[in-house]
Design a protein. Structure first.
Ligand SMILES: [Zn+2]
Length: 57
């Protein structure tokens, strides 16, 4: 890839440009679809627990 600052060709996995020191923006880690599902299940379980608790109380 090319440095966006000085356009020097730098390796794809370079952390920064060795010519001008431009820091290569790191791609954010891929998002996992699991957390949203886990939160939904957790919320459902919590609501169920509260419902049971309220009936019992
Ligand atoms: Zn550069």
């Amino acid at each position: 890839m090319k440095c966006k600052k000085c356009r020097t060709e730098i390796p794809e996995d370079a952390q920064f440009c060795y010519h001008c020191g431009w820091e290569v923006p790191q791609e954010p880690p891929p998002k996992k679809s699991l957390p949203l599902k886990a939160i939904a299940i957790g919320a459902a379980a919590l609501f169920a627990l509260i419902a049971v608790w309220r009936i019992a109380a």
